[in-house]
Design a protein around this ligand. Structure first.
Ligand code: UDP
Length: 331
């Protein structure tokens, strides 16, 4: 039996592929390579280049590879871009997920793990780490497109044998400690990646999008989770489903927040490189502060974090950024 990883050539998906292979699993990836890279998928996994919205292709892959479970990462992930191109997000994240789910249910696959996001919550009504039973009120098409898929998964499961886990990611960063894969997206917009690029001289400066929020230093607060801990939570989710688990939704974060300015200072300290930082206007769609209550993940899945430390996250991200530079020079 094989695990199908959609978006397995992308940042989180490729880490998932290594996690599964490290546990002796068989893996097939479907990725259309719009943001992923074929080199990020190791030879030990099969790569099928194609779109998850292509139901016939997905059904063929499920049958040919005797797929036991689907871990679904493929999609678009940038909040401000989703505000500019909402229909692209509803296609990539919602419509294509519908086609994928249709194929999954048609073929009788009964285990489904979905990459959801903290963006489904919108601006929390309360302060402090947010729980899974908080009101769901996305503030961006990205969050809405993911919430719509959560609802589809839930409803499909009610009408079929499908069992599922939805993992709501907070801010994912860092890279594989063995440097086998990492965050390689061109034109990346995520904070730690941008700060690492600035620290390594790949960009002349970076901006802070708003320092007038109602937070201790005025910049936004986020809960950063190391990508290797995140994919390990997916492996725990797979085992939950294998043991007969029916449905489960959990936040993925460390229940700790760091401000944008704190992250930038940490990148400067760890890299040993200073770089110019400009204060810029607020970015549309940004939530002032978002941290996870991760009690449910820890208590219900066999999961405990191994990289729960901002410095470790940043160090692995910097290492990968340097490795990417070497790869570029030797290409
Ligand atoms: N951010 C920033 N400068 C950048 C990139 C991000 O100030 O160059 C801020 C962004 O406005 C947000 C936080 O960093 O407050 C996290 O943004 P990111 O895009 O990494 O993730 P998001 O929380 O939007 O998913």
């Amino acid at each position: 039996m094989t695990i199908l990883v959609t978006g397995g050539a992308g940042y989180i998906g490729s880490h998932m592929v290594f996690e599964l292979l490290d546990h002796g699993e068989k893996v097939v990836v479907i990725d259309n390579l719009t943001t992923g890279f074929d080199w990020a998928v190791p030879d030990r996994a099969e790569l099928v280049i194609g779109d998850i919205g292509d139901k016939k292709l997905v059904e063929r892959v499920i049958r040919d590879f005797k797929v036991e479970a689907v871990i679904h990462f493929a999609g678009s992930v940038v909040v401000p871009e989703s505000i500019e191109k909402p229909l692209d997000y509803y296609r990539n994240n919602t419509s294509n997920s519908r086609e994928l789910l249709d194929a999954v249910v048609n073929c009788g696959v009964d285990k489904f793990i979905f990459s959801s996001t903290a963006a489904v919550y919108g601006t929390p009504m309360t302060t402090g780490p947010i729980r899974e039973d908080a009101i769901l009120n996305p503030m961006s098409p990205y969050g809405s497109s993911k919430l719509m898929t959560e609802i589809m998964v839930r409803d499909a499961a009610l009408a079929s044998d499908l069992r599922y886990v939805m993992l709501r990611y907070f801010n994912v960063a860092g890279c594989d400690a063995l440097k086998r894969t990492g965050q390689s997206t061109k034109g990346a917009t995520h904070l730690i990646k941008i700060a690492c690029e600035a620290a390594l001289g790949k960009r002349p400066f970076m901006g802070v999008f708003g320092n007038d929020y109602d937070t201790p230093d005025g910049s936004c607060i986020r809960d950063f989770i190391h990508v290797s801990d995140l994919v390990n939570a997916h492996y725990a989710a797979l085992n939950f489903l294998r043991q007969g688990g029916l449905k489960f939704t959990a936040n993925c974060g460390y229940s700790k927040g760091y401000s944008v300015l704190e992250v930038i200072e940490a990148v400067k300290r760890i890299s040993g490189n200073d770089f110019p930082v400009m204060m810029e206007p607020r970015r549309p769609g940004d939530i002032p502060a978002l941290t996870a209550n991760s009690h449910r993940l820890k208590s219900r899945l066999t999961w405990s974090p191994r990289f729960d430390d901002l410095d470790t996250i940043i160090k692995t991200a910097l290492d990968w950024e340097s490795a990417l530079e070497q790869r570029r020079k030797s290409a």
